[in-house]
Design a protein around this ligand. Structure first.
Ligand code: NAP
Ligand code: HSE
Length: 436
C-alpha cells in the first residue's frame, strides 16, 4: 500500500520531536499502523533556522496553507501553537477532507467545539492526545479506558513548566525567573510563558479533560485560573511543616448543581502520590465510580515525550482511515448529540479547605479578632501556627488551616480580616485538597 503522506506545521520542539520519532521508529510504527508514514512537507517561519531534526525529503515552506492545501497530504500535524492562524489552517485542512493532529491545547480549548463539528461533517478526525499532559495518554485513558464509569472528579498537575519551577524553588532554593529561563531553554514553556505561570495553559488542558470526563462542551472562558507567581518560599516551608506540598493543580469536579473547573496553587497532603510528582513530570488523578481512583504519570512537556502522543494519534488516524466515520471514538468521548448543558459553577459556589497566612501585629486580642470573623462566617479552623518575626518588625505571620467552606464565605471573611487595624497587607490564601 502507498505510504500515508503527512504535512507538519511547525518544526520547533514538538514538530521536530515528532519528525525524529517518526523517522527513528518508522518500521515499528508502520507495523502498528498498517502503512508507512511519510512526512513530505513542513511549514516554518524561518527557512534558515537550524533544526533539531533532519529535513531531507521534506519540502519546506513559510506558508502553512500550502501544506494544508497540498493535494497529496492526508494528515496535517498542527504543531505551531497560537489560536487564530492555527484555527484557520485547521479549518482549511478539514474542509478539504484531511485529518488534523494537534498538540495545541489553546486551539482545542477555544475552538474545539467548532473544529469537531466540522470534522464530523467532513468524516475526518481531529486528534489531540498531545494537548494534555505531554506524553501521558490521558485522553485515551479517560475517553476509552474509563468509558464504563461516571467520572466524579479529576485533579492534575498538568503544566510541566510550573511544576518544574515549584520543584526547583523548593528543592534548590532557586529564583523563580532563573528556573523559568531554564524551562524555556529546555523547550518546556509556551511561546508566551505567562500561559504557564499564570495557569492559562493548565486551564486549557483542564477544560479539555472536563469535557471528555463529563460530556459537556468545551468552555475555557468559564474556567477559574490562578497562577503560581505569588507563592513565596515561606508558604512552601509552612505548608511542609504542616505536612503538605504546594502544587499547581487543575481540579474538575461534577457537583450536584454543575461542574467545578479551577486551576490554582493547592496544598496537598504529602502522603498523596501526586504530591510527590516533581520537575517536568505531570500526573492526573481520576476518580471513577466503578474503578475508584486511578493515577496517570509521565513527562508533561519536551520534544520526544510530546512526540510520543502526537505519533500515537497519527497511528490512530491511519488505522481509522478506512473505518466508517460514524463508528469512530467521538472527539469528546460522548456522542455529539449527547453532550450535556451542565453549568460551570462560579468560584464563589465552590467548597474547599484553605491555608491562610496573615501578617499581624504581635499583641493581645489579635487572634480573637481573626477567629471571631471566621466564626461569624461559619468557617471552622483545623490547625493554627504562629511564627516568629523574621526581621525584628512588630508583625508576625500567623498560619491557619480551615475546614471546608464555600469560597464566597471565605471571600467575606478575608475582606473583614484585611480591614482589621492589626493586620498588615493582604491575606495569602491557598486552597487545599485532600484528594481522598
Ligand atoms: P516552538 O518550539 O516554538 O515551535 C513552533 C514552530 O512553529 C516553529 O518551528 C515555528 O517556526 C513554527 N511557526 C510558528 N508560527 C508559524 C507561522 N506563522 N508559519 C509557519 N510556521 C510557524 O513550539 P513548541 O514548543 O514545539 O509548541 C508547539 C505546540 O505544541 C504549541 O501549541 C504548544 O502549546 C504545544 N505543546 C508543546 C509542548 C512542549 O513541550 N513544548 C508539549 C505539548 C504541547 P520557526 O522555527 O521557523 O520559528
Ligand atoms: N508549556 C507546557 C507545559 C507544554 O509546560 O506543560 C506542555 O503542554
Amino acid at each position: 500500500m502507498k505510504p500515508v503522506k503527512v504535512g507538519v506545521l511547525g518544526l520547533g520542539t514538538v514538530g521536530c520531536g515528532s519528525v525524529n520519532v517518526l523517522t527513528r521508529n518508522a518500521e515499528e510504527i508502520a507495523r502498528r499502523a498498517g502503512r508507512q508514514i511519510e512526512v513530505t512537507m513542513a511549514a516554518v517561519r524561518d527557512l534558515d533556522r537550524p533544526r533539531i531534526c533532519g529535513t531531507e525529503g521534506i519540502r519546506l515552506t513559510t506558508d502553512p496553507f500550502e501544506v494544508a492545501n497540498d493535494p497529496e497530504v492526508e494528515i496535517v500535524l498542527e504543531l505551531m501553537g497560537g489560536t487564530e492562524l492555527a484555527r484557520e489552517v485547521a479549518v482549511a485542512a478539514l474542509e478539504q477532507g484531511k485529518h488534523v493532529v494537534t498538540a495545541n491545547k489553546a486551539l482545542i480549548a477555544t475552538h474545539g467545539n467548532e473544529l469537531f463539528e466540522l470534522a464530523q461533517q467532513k468524516g475526518v478526525m481531529v486528534a489531540f492526545e498531545a494537548a494534555v499532559a505531554g506524553g501521558i495518554p490521558i485522553i485515551k485513558a479517560v475517553r476509552e479506558g474509563l468509558a464504563a464509569n461516571q467520572i466524579q472528579w479529576l485533579a492534575g498537575i498538568i503544566n510541566g513548566t510550573g511544576n518544574f519551577i515549584l520543584t526547583e524553588m523548593r528543592d534548590k532554593g532557586r529564583a523563580f525567573n532563573d528556573v523559568l529561563k531554564e524551562a524555556q531553554e529546555l523547550g518546556y514553556a509556551e511561546a508566551d510563558p505567562t500561559f504557564d505561570v499564570e495557569g492559562i495553559d493548565a486551564a486549557h488542558k483542564l477544560t479539555i479533560l472536563a469535557s471528555i470526563a463529563f460530556g459537556v462542551p468545551l468552555q475555557f472562558d468559564r474556567a477559574m485560573t490562578e497562577g503560581i507567581t505569588k507563592i513565596t518560599a515561606e508558604d512552601v516551608a509552612y505548608a511542609e511543616e504542616l505536612g503538605y506540598r504546594i502544587k499547581h493543580l487543575g481540579v474538575a469536579r461534577k457537583a450536584e448543581s454543575g461542574i467545578e473547573l479551577r486551576v490554582h496553587p493547592t496544598l496537598i497532603p504529602e502522603r498523596q502520590l501526586i504530591a510527590n510528582v516533581d520537575g517536568v513530570m505531570n500526573a492526573v488523578l481520576v476518580m471513577g465510580d466503578a474503578v475508584g481512583p486511578t493515577l496517570y504519570y509521565g513527562a508533561g512537556a519536551g520534544d520526544e515525550p510530546t512526540a510520543s502522543a502526537v505519533v500515537a494519534d497519527v497511528v490512530d488516524v491511519v488505522r481509522a482511515m478506512t473505518a466508517d466515520p460514524e463508528n469512530r471514538v467521538p472527539h469528546l468521548a460522548f456522542q455529539p448529540d449527547a453532550l450535556q448543558d451542565l453549568p460551570i459553577l462560579p468560584i464563589e459556589q465552590i467548597e474547599t479547605a484553605y491555608y491562610l497566612r496573615i501578617s499581624v501585629e504581635d499583641k493581645p486580642g489579635v487572634l480573637a479578632d481573626i477567629t471571631r470573623i471566621l466564626g461569624e462566617n461559619e468557617i471552622s479552623i483545623e490547625a493554627f501556627m504562629q511564627k516568629d518575626n523574621v526581621d525584628g518588625s512588630s508583625q508576625v505571620p500567623v498560619v491557619l488551616l480551615t475546614h471546608k467552606t464555600l469560597e464566597g464565605r471565605m471571600n467575606q471573611a478575608i475582606s473583614a480580616i484585611e480591614a482589621l487595624n492589626c493586620v498588615d497587607g493582604s491575606v495569602m490564601r491557598i486552597r487545599m485538597e485532600t484528594l481522598d
